[in-house]
Design a protein around this ligand. Sequence first.
Ligand code: ZN
Length: 471
Amino acid sequence: MDCVIYTRVSLDRTGEALAVARQEADCRKLAKSLGLRVTQVYTDNDISATSGKVRPGFETMLDAQPTAIIAWHQDRLLRLTRDLERVIALNVPVYTVTAGTLDLTTPAGRAVARTVAAWSQYEGEQKATRQVAANVQRAASGVHSGRVGYGYRRDGAAVVLHDEEAATIRAAVQRVLDGDSLRSICKDLDAQHAPTPGRGAKWNSTTLKQLLLRPSLAGLTVHRGQVVGRTPADSPRVLDEDTHERIKAVLTDPVRRTAPAGREPKYLLGGIARCGRCDGTLDDAGELVPCGGVMVRAVGRWTRQANGNSKRQPPSYVCSECYRVRRKQDHVDALVEGIVVGRLQMPDAAQLFTQGDPAALQAARDTLEAIDARLANAADMFADGTIDPAQLARVTERLRADRATAAAAVDKALPAAVPAELVGANARQVWEALPMDSKRAVLQELVTVTILPSGSGKAFDPDTVQVHWKA
Ligand SMILES: [Zn+2]
């Protein structure tokens, strides 16, 4: 059978860059031992495959539709998952000198190859990230002279806090966290003649929001919209990182605590309100046993009117377990919204939302960081041949599960995400404008709703809808 050889020198892995000639020699040796005839050698030079740049040799090889591929290591052939998918599409055997056959024709083989490619890509991106972070850090410590942001100023070569601007930011942040509106903060800043971050003389909600969201205030460095690192620990910071997270949660992400979009019911209390029916049975402790169902939305039934026409009843909520509790949706929604919004309009309503647990947050973040370090370490051990693909797959599978747990712990310890201005005088307008997912998230954060049975045919009785505050 025929085969082709693919070789590549990458300058991004200093110290272990193998000369193309040596890779080719090793690959030819492997071809011989496999009884394969080498028909072509494709080479790419001096290109980091993670950069996403086109590799002419790789592209030519794919176009040539080889019957088998030999490479020195999977890393040499593909370091991006999308490269792997294109090689998989060829449906040919791939042999590597250091890690044996990549059997891309079986699901198990593809799973291992995808794991390795994902980790190679991760490793490459980490490297790029560290490089960018180093650049940004040099910039922040004054090696390059650039403009410093609002809240900071230059003192010789060093960047220090601009006391007045930093105080302006901190006061505004505190007010936002207390539930104040951006507009009222801007009004006060104008009254104090506080300098703005831009060219304009006056503050407005948009510029204030953008200013308060700047990651640089918490010493985070950003590249292309992604946080890539931190300024040195001893460099000045206007805000600590937790405060940055909280303000971000409040100003940008009202639905952070909800399930992924698409699976959420589109009705206010569907799956949230609970059935309050008890059929009279008692549990071992002598307590009434509740039905345990949640209220789901039911479209209205068709009914025949006296004049012979059919008419559809308005939609209702109905218990998913016993079907014995049913209530008109409009009535329940209006009642619950009225109670919740009325409470949100009170100035002290911010305290209804959970404030988060900074100690638990730090612990969960540390755990995440440790797991990522171990994942990176496993990728290194695979790259240098200390562990085989099966071992790598086992390690990453276990660590990925741990990582999901730690990420959930971070989310749990974060303060509640309260949409901007939902607390206070504007609560009604802000609530009306919220997307359904956000409304539902807020309700789940604040209250439990229980719908009690009522005799059929009676007018809506508000007392049969119980709203309890969680805080
Ligand atoms: Zn029920």
